[in-house]
Design a protein around this ligand. Structure first.
Ligand code: BES
Ligand code: MN
Ligand code: ZN
Length: 467
Protein backbone atom coordinates (compact mmCIF):
# COMPACT_ATOMS: atom_id res chain seq x y z
CA UNK A 1 0.00 0.00 0.00
CA UNK A 2 1.34 3.41 -1.00
CA UNK A 3 0.90 5.94 1.80
CA UNK A 4 1.07 9.69 1.20
CA UNK A 5 0.45 12.64 3.51
CA UNK A 6 -0.88 15.89 2.08
CA UNK A 7 -2.99 18.95 2.78
CA UNK A 8 -4.57 18.97 -0.71
CA UNK A 9 -7.20 16.28 -0.73
CA UNK A 10 -7.41 14.60 -4.15
CA UNK A 11 -10.87 14.92 -5.66
CA UNK A 12 -10.60 11.97 -8.04
CA UNK A 13 -12.27 8.68 -7.29
CA UNK A 14 -10.94 8.15 -3.74
CA UNK A 15 -13.11 6.73 -1.01
CA UNK A 16 -13.10 8.94 2.09
CA UNK A 17 -12.74 7.69 5.67
CA UNK A 18 -13.61 9.90 8.61
CA UNK A 19 -12.91 8.85 12.18
CA UNK A 20 -15.52 10.15 14.61
CA UNK A 21 -15.79 10.04 18.38
CA UNK A 22 -19.19 9.04 19.71
CA UNK A 23 -20.52 12.51 20.46
CA UNK A 24 -19.75 13.69 16.92
CA UNK A 25 -22.33 11.30 15.55
CA UNK A 26 -25.13 13.74 16.16
CA UNK A 27 -23.52 16.24 13.77
CA UNK A 28 -23.68 13.89 10.82
CA UNK A 29 -26.47 14.54 8.34
CA UNK A 30 -28.79 12.83 8.74
CA UNK A 31 -27.81 11.77 12.27
CA UNK A 32 -27.59 7.97 12.34
CA UNK A 33 -29.58 5.87 14.76
CA UNK A 34 -27.75 3.77 17.34
CA UNK A 35 -28.50 0.56 15.50
CA UNK A 36 -27.12 2.01 12.33
CA UNK A 37 -23.91 3.39 13.77
CA UNK A 38 -23.13 3.20 17.46
CA UNK A 39 -19.88 5.14 17.30
CA UNK A 40 -18.10 2.55 19.40
CA UNK A 41 -14.54 1.66 18.41
CA UNK A 42 -14.49 0.15 14.92
CA UNK A 43 -18.23 0.50 14.21
CA UNK A 44 -18.77 1.57 10.63
CA UNK A 45 -21.30 3.69 8.72
CA UNK A 46 -20.76 3.29 5.02
CA UNK A 47 -22.38 5.70 2.56
CA UNK A 48 -21.42 4.11 -0.72
CA UNK A 49 -23.27 6.62 -2.89
CA UNK A 50 -21.27 9.51 -1.42
CA UNK A 51 -18.16 7.31 -1.23
CA UNK A 52 -17.66 8.15 2.41
CA UNK A 53 -17.28 5.99 5.47
CA UNK A 54 -17.55 7.00 9.13
CA UNK A 55 -15.68 4.88 11.65
CA UNK A 56 -16.32 5.07 15.35
CA UNK A 57 -13.54 5.96 17.79
CA UNK A 58 -15.63 5.35 20.92
CA UNK A 59 -15.95 7.84 23.75
CA UNK A 60 -13.99 11.06 23.48
CA UNK A 61 -12.74 10.68 27.05
CA UNK A 62 -11.16 7.30 26.31
CA UNK A 63 -9.65 8.23 22.99
CA UNK A 64 -6.14 6.82 22.64
CA UNK A 65 -3.86 5.34 20.01
CA UNK A 66 -5.22 1.83 20.56
CA UNK A 67 -8.73 3.00 19.70
CA UNK A 68 -7.48 4.89 16.65
CA UNK A 69 -5.37 1.95 15.42
CA UNK A 70 -8.26 -0.43 15.81
CA UNK A 71 -10.82 1.90 14.19
CA UNK A 72 -8.57 2.60 11.19
CA UNK A 73 -8.00 -1.14 10.85
CA UNK A 74 -11.73 -1.84 10.86
CA UNK A 75 -12.16 0.71 8.07
CA UNK A 76 -9.49 -1.00 5.98
CA UNK A 77 -11.02 -4.43 6.56
CA UNK A 78 -14.38 -3.21 5.24
CA UNK A 79 -12.91 -1.19 2.36
CA UNK A 80 -10.88 -4.14 1.12
CA UNK A 81 -13.96 -6.31 1.23
CA UNK A 82 -15.83 -3.81 -0.99
CA UNK A 83 -12.90 -3.42 -3.36
CA UNK A 84 -12.31 0.30 -2.69
CA UNK A 85 -8.61 0.50 -3.27
CA UNK A 86 -7.84 4.21 -3.20
CA UNK A 87 -8.65 5.83 0.10
CA UNK A 88 -8.39 9.25 1.73
CA UNK A 89 -8.32 9.28 5.51
CA UNK A 90 -9.12 12.65 7.01
CA UNK A 91 -7.01 13.32 10.10
CA UNK A 92 -7.17 17.08 10.23
CA UNK A 93 -8.42 17.13 13.83
CA UNK A 94 -6.48 14.06 14.89
CA UNK A 95 -2.91 14.85 13.93
CA UNK A 96 -1.53 13.44 17.18
CA UNK A 97 -2.81 10.04 16.05
CA UNK A 98 -1.37 9.91 12.54
CA UNK A 99 1.04 7.11 13.38
CA UNK A 100 -1.61 4.93 15.01
CA UNK A 101 -4.12 5.62 12.23
CA UNK A 102 -1.71 4.80 9.43
CA UNK A 103 -0.38 1.76 11.25
CA UNK A 104 -3.88 0.50 11.96
CA UNK A 105 -5.01 1.07 8.40
CA UNK A 106 -2.06 -0.82 6.87
CA UNK A 107 -2.54 -3.64 9.40
CA UNK A 108 -6.26 -3.79 8.61
CA UNK A 109 -5.50 -3.97 4.90
CA UNK A 110 -3.69 -7.28 5.28
CA UNK A 111 -5.41 -10.62 4.79
CA UNK A 112 -3.90 -14.05 4.17
CA UNK A 113 -5.20 -15.19 0.80
CA UNK A 114 -2.26 -16.99 -0.78
CA UNK A 115 -4.29 -20.10 -1.49
CA UNK A 116 -7.85 -18.91 -1.93
CA UNK A 117 -9.10 -18.84 -5.52
CA UNK A 118 -11.07 -15.57 -5.21
CA UNK A 119 -8.68 -13.01 -3.86
CA UNK A 120 -9.86 -9.57 -2.76
CA UNK A 121 -7.91 -6.65 -4.21
CA UNK A 122 -5.35 -5.08 -1.90
CA UNK A 123 -5.88 -1.42 -1.04
CA UNK A 124 -3.34 0.28 -3.27
CA UNK A 125 -3.23 3.83 -1.94
CA UNK A 126 -3.85 5.65 1.31
CA UNK A 127 -3.83 9.43 1.25
CA UNK A 128 -3.73 11.00 4.71
CA UNK A 129 -5.12 14.48 4.74
CA UNK A 130 -3.88 16.89 7.41
CA UNK A 131 -3.69 20.66 7.84
CA UNK A 132 -0.95 22.41 5.91
CA UNK A 133 1.05 23.28 9.03
CA UNK A 134 1.01 19.67 10.18
CA UNK A 135 2.28 18.05 6.98
CA UNK A 136 5.95 17.72 7.98
CA UNK A 137 5.31 16.19 11.38
CA UNK A 138 2.57 13.97 10.03
CA UNK A 139 4.86 12.60 7.31
CA UNK A 140 7.36 11.42 9.93
CA UNK A 141 4.63 9.85 12.03
CA UNK A 142 3.08 8.16 9.01
CA UNK A 143 6.41 6.75 7.93
CA UNK A 144 6.93 5.16 11.32
CA UNK A 145 3.42 3.74 11.23
CA UNK A 146 4.12 2.24 7.81
CA UNK A 147 7.41 0.67 8.92
CA UNK A 148 5.82 -0.94 11.96
CA UNK A 149 2.74 -2.14 10.10
CA UNK A 150 4.74 -3.53 7.18
CA UNK A 151 7.06 -5.40 9.55
CA UNK A 152 4.10 -6.73 11.51
CA UNK A 153 2.28 -7.77 8.32
CA UNK A 154 5.37 -9.55 6.99
CA UNK A 155 5.58 -11.41 10.29
CA UNK A 156 1.85 -12.21 10.23
CA UNK A 157 2.26 -13.55 6.71
CA UNK A 158 4.85 -16.07 7.85
CA UNK A 159 2.74 -16.85 10.90
CA UNK A 160 -0.27 -17.63 8.73
CA UNK A 161 1.61 -19.92 6.37
CA UNK A 162 1.00 -23.60 7.10
CA UNK A 163 3.52 -26.18 8.22
CA UNK A 164 4.10 -27.61 4.77
CA UNK A 165 5.33 -24.23 3.60
CA UNK A 166 7.05 -22.75 6.63
CA UNK A 167 9.31 -25.17 8.47
CA UNK A 168 12.65 -24.45 10.13
CA UNK A 169 14.65 -24.47 6.91
CA UNK A 170 12.24 -22.20 5.00
CA UNK A 171 11.82 -19.92 8.00
CA UNK A 172 15.60 -19.53 8.03
CA UNK A 173 15.54 -18.67 4.31
CA UNK A 174 13.00 -15.94 5.00
CA UNK A 175 15.17 -14.60 7.82
CA UNK A 176 18.19 -14.52 5.49
CA UNK A 177 16.17 -12.67 2.84
CA UNK A 178 14.91 -10.20 5.43
CA UNK A 179 18.46 -9.63 6.65
CA UNK A 180 19.57 -8.77 3.13
CA UNK A 181 16.67 -6.36 2.65
CA UNK A 182 16.86 -4.67 6.03
CA UNK A 183 20.66 -4.79 6.45
CA UNK A 184 20.81 -7.08 9.42
CA UNK A 185 23.41 -9.75 10.09
CA UNK A 186 21.90 -13.22 9.95
CA UNK A 187 23.47 -16.44 11.16
CA UNK A 188 21.72 -19.77 10.82
CA UNK A 189 22.76 -22.82 12.76
CA UNK A 190 21.59 -26.01 11.05
CA UNK A 191 21.38 -29.50 12.53
CA UNK A 192 25.10 -30.08 12.17
CA UNK A 193 25.91 -26.84 13.93
CA UNK A 194 23.38 -27.54 16.66
CA UNK A 195 24.96 -30.94 17.22
CA UNK A 196 28.43 -29.46 17.40
CA UNK A 197 27.12 -26.92 19.92
CA UNK A 198 25.25 -29.53 21.97
CA UNK A 199 21.89 -27.80 21.70
CA UNK A 200 20.15 -30.80 23.27
CA UNK A 201 16.80 -29.05 23.76
CA UNK A 202 16.33 -27.89 20.19
CA UNK A 203 17.68 -31.15 18.77
CA UNK A 204 15.40 -33.33 20.91
CA UNK A 205 12.29 -31.43 19.89
CA UNK A 206 13.28 -31.60 16.22
CA UNK A 207 14.23 -35.25 16.27
CA UNK A 208 10.81 -36.66 15.39
CA UNK A 209 10.48 -34.58 12.24
CA UNK A 210 11.83 -35.11 8.72
CA UNK A 211 12.48 -31.36 8.71
CA UNK A 212 15.52 -30.53 10.79
CA UNK A 213 15.63 -27.69 13.34
CA UNK A 214 17.42 -24.37 13.10
CA UNK A 215 18.63 -21.65 15.45
CA UNK A 216 18.39 -18.35 13.63
CA UNK A 217 20.17 -15.21 14.82
CA UNK A 218 19.45 -11.72 13.49
CA UNK A 219 21.86 -9.05 14.67
CA UNK A 220 21.31 -5.31 14.59
CA UNK A 221 24.47 -3.43 15.45
CA UNK A 222 23.11 0.04 16.01
CA UNK A 223 24.98 0.73 19.23
CA UNK A 224 28.56 0.93 20.45
CA UNK A 225 31.07 -1.78 19.67
CA UNK A 226 31.32 -3.00 23.24
CA UNK A 227 27.72 -2.44 24.24
CA UNK A 228 26.09 -5.68 25.43
CA UNK A 229 23.00 -6.39 23.33
CA UNK A 230 19.38 -6.65 24.25
CA UNK A 231 18.36 -10.13 23.10
CA UNK A 232 14.88 -11.17 21.96
CA UNK A 233 14.14 -14.86 21.83
CA UNK A 234 11.21 -16.40 20.00
CA UNK A 235 9.70 -19.87 20.08
CA UNK A 236 9.16 -20.98 16.49
CA UNK A 237 7.66 -24.45 16.46
CA UNK A 238 6.51 -24.50 12.85
CA UNK A 239 3.97 -27.16 13.71
CA UNK A 240 3.29 -28.63 17.14
CA UNK A 241 1.65 -32.04 16.89
CA UNK A 242 2.62 -32.70 20.49
CA UNK A 243 5.11 -35.35 19.38
CA UNK A 244 4.76 -38.78 21.00
CA UNK A 245 2.48 -37.11 23.57
CA UNK A 246 0.26 -36.45 20.57
CA UNK A 247 -2.38 -33.74 20.81
CA UNK A 248 -6.04 -34.59 20.19
CA UNK A 249 -7.13 -33.85 16.60
CA UNK A 250 -9.56 -31.03 17.49
CA UNK A 251 -7.99 -27.72 16.55
CA UNK A 252 -4.61 -29.33 15.98
CA UNK A 253 -4.45 -27.33 12.75
CA UNK A 254 -4.11 -24.18 14.88
CA UNK A 255 -0.68 -25.40 15.91
CA UNK A 256 0.72 -23.79 12.74
CA UNK A 257 0.64 -20.67 14.94
CA UNK A 258 3.14 -22.17 17.37
CA UNK A 259 5.86 -20.23 15.56
CA UNK A 260 4.39 -16.85 16.44
CA UNK A 261 6.93 -15.98 19.14
CA UNK A 262 9.65 -16.42 16.55
CA UNK A 263 7.88 -14.41 13.90
CA UNK A 264 7.26 -11.58 16.39
CA UNK A 265 11.02 -11.43 16.89
CA UNK A 266 11.50 -11.40 13.13
CA UNK A 267 9.01 -8.54 12.76
CA UNK A 268 10.60 -6.56 15.58
CA UNK A 269 14.08 -6.96 14.09
CA UNK A 270 12.82 -5.70 10.73
CA UNK A 271 11.37 -2.57 12.34
CA UNK A 272 14.43 -2.01 14.51
CA UNK A 273 16.70 -2.16 11.46
CA UNK A 274 14.47 0.04 9.32
CA UNK A 275 14.07 2.60 12.11
CA UNK A 276 17.86 2.54 12.62
CA UNK A 277 17.54 2.27 16.38
CA UNK A 278 20.82 3.21 18.03
CA UNK A 279 21.33 0.12 20.10
CA UNK A 280 22.67 -3.41 19.73
CA UNK A 281 19.79 -5.83 19.49
CA UNK A 282 19.87 -9.53 18.68
CA UNK A 283 16.89 -11.68 17.72
CA UNK A 284 17.18 -15.42 18.30
CA UNK A 285 14.59 -17.71 16.76
CA UNK A 286 14.57 -21.28 18.00
CA UNK A 287 12.81 -23.31 15.34
CA UNK A 288 11.82 -26.96 15.16
CA UNK A 289 8.86 -29.05 14.11
CA UNK A 290 7.45 -31.19 16.91
CA UNK A 291 6.47 -34.48 15.30
CA UNK A 292 6.11 -38.09 16.44
CA UNK A 293 8.43 -39.70 13.86
CA UNK A 294 10.57 -42.77 14.49
CA UNK A 295 13.49 -40.69 15.68
CA UNK A 296 11.33 -38.69 18.08
CA UNK A 297 12.25 -38.06 21.70
CA UNK A 298 9.90 -39.75 24.12
CA UNK A 299 8.40 -39.44 27.56
CA UNK A 300 10.92 -40.78 30.05
CA UNK A 301 13.94 -39.60 28.06
CA UNK A 302 16.54 -37.62 29.93
CA UNK A 303 18.19 -34.98 27.81
CA UNK A 304 21.02 -32.54 28.36
CA UNK A 305 20.44 -28.93 27.33
CA UNK A 306 23.10 -26.61 25.94
CA UNK A 307 23.70 -25.21 29.44
CA UNK A 308 24.38 -28.69 30.84
CA UNK A 309 21.18 -28.81 32.87
CA UNK A 310 19.56 -32.24 32.53
CA UNK A 311 15.83 -32.51 31.87
CA UNK A 312 13.48 -35.42 32.35
CA UNK A 313 10.94 -35.47 29.53
CA UNK A 314 7.55 -36.08 31.03
CA UNK A 315 5.51 -34.82 28.11
CA UNK A 316 6.87 -34.22 24.60
CA UNK A 317 4.13 -31.63 24.11
CA UNK A 318 5.92 -29.33 26.57
CA UNK A 319 8.48 -28.68 23.83
CA UNK A 320 8.57 -24.89 23.70
CA UNK A 321 10.48 -24.52 26.96
CA UNK A 322 13.12 -26.96 25.66
CA UNK A 323 13.96 -24.96 22.55
CA UNK A 324 13.82 -21.72 24.55
CA UNK A 325 16.16 -23.14 27.20
CA UNK A 326 18.93 -23.55 24.63
CA UNK A 327 18.29 -20.14 23.09
CA UNK A 328 18.39 -18.44 26.51
CA UNK A 329 21.71 -20.13 27.25
CA UNK A 330 23.08 -19.04 23.88
CA UNK A 331 21.96 -15.45 24.48
CA UNK A 332 23.88 -15.34 27.76
CA UNK A 333 26.91 -17.29 26.74
CA UNK A 334 27.55 -16.18 23.17
CA UNK A 335 25.96 -12.74 23.14
CA UNK A 336 26.52 -11.73 26.78
CA UNK A 337 23.02 -10.28 26.74
CA UNK A 338 22.41 -7.19 28.88
CA UNK A 339 18.78 -8.34 29.12
CA UNK A 340 16.61 -10.95 27.41
CA UNK A 341 12.94 -11.15 26.53
CA UNK A 342 11.41 -14.35 25.25
CA UNK A 343 8.06 -14.62 23.48
CA UNK A 344 6.33 -17.93 23.16
CA UNK A 345 2.99 -19.57 22.47
CA UNK A 346 3.96 -21.60 25.48
CA UNK A 347 0.91 -22.88 27.35
CA UNK A 348 -2.79 -23.40 26.92
CA UNK A 349 -2.94 -22.61 30.63
CA UNK A 350 -2.05 -18.98 29.94
CA UNK A 351 -5.15 -18.71 27.77
CA UNK A 352 -7.23 -20.25 30.55
CA UNK A 353 -5.86 -17.66 32.98
CA UNK A 354 -5.95 -14.50 30.88
CA UNK A 355 -8.09 -15.09 27.80
CA UNK A 356 -7.31 -14.06 24.25
CA UNK A 357 -6.43 -10.39 24.58
CA UNK A 358 -3.81 -10.33 27.31
CA UNK A 359 -0.39 -11.98 27.41
CA UNK A 360 1.18 -13.37 30.59
CA UNK A 361 4.34 -11.60 31.71
CA UNK A 362 7.00 -13.02 34.05
CA UNK A 363 10.34 -11.57 35.04
CA UNK A 364 13.23 -12.24 37.39
CA UNK A 365 13.98 -8.51 37.81
CA UNK A 366 11.63 -5.89 39.27
CA UNK A 367 12.93 -2.90 37.37
CA UNK A 368 13.13 -4.67 34.05
CA UNK A 369 9.59 -5.93 34.59
CA UNK A 370 8.39 -2.35 34.96
CA UNK A 371 10.18 -1.33 31.78
CA UNK A 372 8.60 -4.18 29.80
CA UNK A 373 5.19 -3.41 31.29
CA UNK A 374 5.31 0.24 30.35
CA UNK A 375 6.64 -0.50 26.85
CA UNK A 376 3.80 -2.97 26.29
CA UNK A 377 1.19 -0.53 27.60
CA UNK A 378 2.49 2.29 25.42
CA UNK A 379 2.55 -0.06 22.45
CA UNK A 380 -1.10 -0.97 23.02
CA UNK A 381 -0.38 -4.61 23.83
CA UNK A 382 -2.00 -5.94 26.99
CA UNK A 383 0.10 -7.90 29.46
CA UNK A 384 -0.42 -9.03 33.03
CA UNK A 385 2.26 -9.70 35.62
CA UNK A 386 2.29 -13.35 36.68
CA UNK A 387 4.25 -14.99 39.50
CA UNK A 388 7.47 -16.91 39.81
CA UNK A 389 8.51 -18.44 43.12
CA UNK A 390 9.61 -21.41 45.13
CA UNK A 391 6.26 -23.21 44.78
CA UNK A 392 6.53 -23.27 41.01
CA UNK A 393 10.22 -24.15 41.01
CA UNK A 394 9.45 -27.08 43.30
CA UNK A 395 6.79 -28.31 40.88
CA UNK A 396 9.40 -28.93 38.16
CA UNK A 397 11.90 -30.83 40.33
CA UNK A 398 12.72 -34.30 39.01
CA UNK A 399 13.90 -37.40 40.83
CA UNK A 400 16.00 -38.62 37.89
CA UNK A 401 17.28 -35.35 36.40
CA UNK A 402 17.75 -31.74 37.53
CA UNK A 403 14.31 -30.68 36.35
CA UNK A 404 11.37 -32.07 34.39
CA UNK A 405 9.64 -30.44 31.46
CA UNK A 406 6.07 -30.64 32.71
CA UNK A 407 4.42 -30.28 36.07
CA UNK A 408 0.83 -30.95 35.13
CA UNK A 409 -2.23 -28.78 34.87
CA UNK A 410 -2.32 -26.56 37.96
CA UNK A 411 -0.47 -23.29 37.44
CA UNK A 412 0.76 -24.64 34.11
CA UNK A 413 1.74 -21.25 32.71
CA UNK A 414 3.71 -20.42 35.88
CA UNK A 415 5.58 -23.72 36.11
CA UNK A 416 6.54 -23.26 32.45
CA UNK A 417 7.93 -19.83 33.34
CA UNK A 418 9.75 -21.32 36.34
CA UNK A 419 11.39 -23.77 33.93
CA UNK A 420 12.66 -20.91 31.75
CA UNK A 421 13.82 -19.00 34.83
CA UNK A 422 16.46 -21.73 35.40
CA UNK A 423 18.04 -20.88 32.04
CA UNK A 424 17.81 -17.12 32.46
CA UNK A 425 20.16 -17.42 35.45
CA UNK A 426 21.44 -14.08 36.67
CA UNK A 427 20.64 -12.21 33.47
CA UNK A 428 17.74 -9.74 33.45
CA UNK A 429 14.92 -11.58 31.76
CA UNK A 430 11.24 -11.33 30.94
CA UNK A 431 8.97 -13.94 29.45
CA UNK A 432 5.76 -13.29 27.49
CA UNK A 433 3.35 -16.17 27.01
CA UNK A 434 1.42 -15.24 23.87
CA UNK A 435 -0.34 -18.59 23.35
CA UNK A 436 -3.76 -17.05 22.69
CA UNK A 437 -2.87 -13.46 21.80
CA UNK A 438 -0.71 -14.48 18.83
CA UNK A 439 -3.65 -15.47 16.69
CA UNK A 440 -7.35 -14.82 16.42
CA UNK A 441 -10.05 -17.04 14.95
CA UNK A 442 -12.16 -14.20 13.47
CA UNK A 443 -11.66 -10.67 12.14
CA UNK A 444 -11.39 -8.50 15.25
CA UNK A 445 -9.99 -5.19 16.53
CA UNK A 446 -9.12 -4.06 13.02
CA UNK A 447 -7.16 -7.20 12.18
CA UNK A 448 -8.11 -10.06 9.87
CA UNK A 449 -8.30 -13.53 11.35
CA UNK A 450 -5.05 -15.43 11.79
CA UNK A 451 -1.69 -14.31 13.16
CA UNK A 452 -1.87 -10.94 14.95
CA UNK A 453 1.82 -10.08 15.20
CA UNK A 454 1.41 -9.60 18.95
CA UNK A 455 4.66 -8.60 20.60
CA UNK A 456 6.33 -6.75 17.75
CA UNK A 457 5.36 -3.30 19.00
CA UNK A 458 6.39 -4.08 22.58
CA UNK A 459 9.81 -5.31 21.47
CA UNK A 460 10.41 -2.26 19.28
CA UNK A 461 9.40 0.01 22.17
CA UNK A 462 11.81 -1.86 24.42
CA UNK A 463 14.66 -1.47 21.95
CA UNK A 464 13.95 2.26 21.94
CA UNK A 465 13.80 2.46 25.73
CA UNK A 466 16.85 2.47 27.95
CA UNK A 467 15.78 -0.66 29.83
N1 BES B 1 2.03 -24.84 21.78
C1 BES B 1 1.45 -25.37 22.95
C2 BES B 1 0.66 -24.35 23.77
C3 BES B 1 -0.61 -23.82 23.13
C4 BES B 1 -1.80 -24.46 23.38
C5 BES B 1 -0.60 -22.67 22.36
C6 BES B 1 -2.97 -23.96 22.81
C7 BES B 1 -1.76 -22.19 21.81
C8 BES B 1 -2.95 -22.83 22.03
C9 BES B 1 2.53 -25.95 23.86
O1 BES B 1 3.62 -26.48 23.21
C10 BES B 1 1.91 -27.05 24.65
O2 BES B 1 1.52 -28.01 24.05
N2 BES B 1 1.83 -26.86 25.97
C11 BES B 1 1.24 -27.83 26.82
C12 BES B 1 2.12 -27.94 28.03
C13 BES B 1 1.78 -29.10 28.91
C14 BES B 1 2.03 -30.41 28.21
C15 BES B 1 2.60 -29.02 30.17
C16 BES B 1 -0.16 -27.34 27.17
O3 BES B 1 -0.39 -26.13 27.27
O4 BES B 1 -1.03 -28.18 27.30
MN1 MN C 1 3.33 -28.47 22.65
ZN1 ZN D 1 4.05 -25.71 21.37
Amino acid sequence: MKVRVTSDVPSDGHFTVRLVVKDQRAKLTPPPSDGEFSGSVGSVLNDRSKRIMYVGLGDRAQLNSTAVRSAAGSAALVLRQYGHNKVVMVLEERTEFVEAAVEGFVLGGYRYEDFVPKKTAEISELVVSVRKEDVTGARKAAERGVVLAESINAARHLGNAPGNIIYPETLAKHALALARRAKLQCKVMDEKGLRAGKFGGILSVGSGSARSPRLIALEHLGGGKNEAPLVFIGKAITFDSGGISLKPPEKMEEMIFDKCGGIAVLGAMESIARLKIKRNVVGLIASAENMPGGGAFRPGDIIQTRSGVTVEIVNTDAEGRLVLADALSWAREHYKASAMVDLATLTGACGVALGESCAGLWSNHGEFLKTVQSCATNAGEKTWHMPLGQEYSTQIKSSVAQIKNSAGRLGGACSAAAFLEVFAGETKWAHLDIAYTARQTADKDGLARGATGFGVRTLVALAESRG
